[in-house]
Write a protein that binds this ligand. Structure first.
Ligand code: COA
Length: 376
């Protein structure tokens, strides 16, 4: 057997762990692309459903294909009664990511993927139904209402805001949700996607792959960073106060959520896009605090540490301005990234070998068992 190479860096950083035709992240001359399209281009010219179609099927849809796909997703929003029953039993103070993880797993028992010929069906169903799941649970446990999840909203983003607030969103909010879902849709071999691919490589079912991915995304070093960023900036009353507090955190060597990236080294291309929309929303709501506080954080982090905002930082203020409760920030990431996860599962299945790396052993030399009655 060939001797395995021991990696010098922790976290598998820089290792090519497989192939993908779905996206590039930080590649020289390409940046962040989905199926060969720059994310900025997609955010400027497309709706999220177009991008989901692109990620799944490889090409942007024609008008007729998009209409048909939207219509199809629109018919998949209803929650089966046993899933509603489960959601109603989850406590109001549960973490919404745990709700989605449980909901996805429960759906897998009701609508089990019987064989891989059903994979696109399952992916579409999840894309359509995850917003229903989170809003149904949230509104039931927080407002005591059983909402209707089968709305006629054209887009997934508007559907989510409609269910959450009980009224249709204005055009700006629907647009920002749309852009946000595009920005979060796919990101190569990040931790949650890699989780999904490892699970897929055992030839497991789609719901198991997505359930595992939700668990990985939950952590504050990954998707949870947008919530952590909001918790950090929320109490700061001015940009000056933010600067002082941030300098203190840096002096104490605290991690600042929403900054830095495992792959990008100078900037995250998603940041400029969501920052611009956050500014529009700040103007709409007449904000004179959170947006300037966020901008100052960006300046201080770059000046002091050469650390830049990742996709999560300005998402925090943008979501806040749209009246979205902070604990629902990461679930929005799920509603979007399920596209990338499911596409990666399909890609893994199409050219599969079980993912099974090795470990460098750092434990004891071989030793003999001392019988129990002889141990001290
Ligand atoms: C994303 C993240 C996990 C990448 O981790 P990583 O690849 O290990 O980061 P790097 O190798 O670039 O880190 C280099 C140095 O910068 C520091 N650093 C990186 N991100 C930092 C942050 N957000 N705040 C403070 N210091 C940070 C690291 O601690 C490290 O310092 P050290 O060399 O003294 O240990 C990390 O930047 C982080 O924890 N960010 C905050 C969480 C976040 O926003 N996650 C969402 C990612 S999209």
């Amino acid at each position: 057997m060939a001797e395995a190479k021991v990696l010098s860096g922790a976290g598998l950083r820089g290792q090519v762990a497989g192939k993908t035709a779905l996206s590039t992240v930080g590649k020289e001359g390409a940046g962040l692309t989905y199926r060969g399209y720059d994310v900025q281009d997609l955010a400027d010219h497309c709706d999220f459903e177009e991008v989901a179609y692109l990620i799944f099927f490889g090409e942007l849809p024609s008008r007729a294909q998009l209409d048909a796909y939207r219509q199809r997703l629109g018919t998949l929003r209803a929650l089966p009664q046993p899933l509603r029953d489960v959601l109603e039993r989850i406590p109001a103070d549960a973490h919404p990511m745990d709700v989605l993880r449980t909901g996805c797993s429960m759906l897998g028992t009701l609508e089990t993927e019987k064989d891989f010929s059903q994979q696109q069906e399952v992916a579409d169903r999840l894309l359509a139904v995850l917003p229903s799941m989170i809003c149904y649970w949230y509104r039931f446990t927080h407002d005591g209402v059983r909402i209707e999840t089968a709305t006629d909203d054209a887009s997934i983003g508007a559907h989510f805001l409609h269910m959450l607030h009980g009224r249709k969103p204005n055009e700006l909010h629907a647009r920002v949700m749309n852009v946000s879902l595009i920005l979060y849709a796919e990101h190569e071999f990040n931790a949650s996607t890699f989780t999904a691919r490892v699970c897929a490589s055992t030839l497991s079912d789609m719901h198991s792959c997505i359930t595992g991915a939700i668990g990985s995304l939950r952590g504050p070093l990954h998707g949870g960073a947008n919530e952590a960023a909001m918790a950090m900036i929320e109490p700061w009353q001015s940009a000056d106060e933010a600067e002082q507090a941030l300098l203190g955190k840096l002096a104490r060597k605290e991690k600042i959520m929403g900054f830095g990236h495992a792959i990008y080294k100078e900037s995250d291309p998603r940041n400029a896009i969501i920052k611009r929309w956050s500014e529009c929303l700040a103007q709409e709501v007449g904000d004179t605090r959170l947006f300037p506080v966020s901008v100052r954080c960006e300046e201080v982090m770059w000046r002091e540490k050469k650390l830049f905002c990742n996709a999560d930082f300005f998402h925090a203020s943008a979501y806040h301005f749209m009246g979205i409760p902070t604990p629902l920030f990461t679930p929005i990431f799920v509603m979007s990234r399920v596209t990338g996860w499911a596409a990666h599962v399909m890609e893994q299945r199409a050219d599969n070998r079980i993912i099974r790396p090795s470990a460098e052993y750092t434990g004891h030399e071989l030793r003999k068992v001392v019988p129990l009655n002889e141990r001290g």
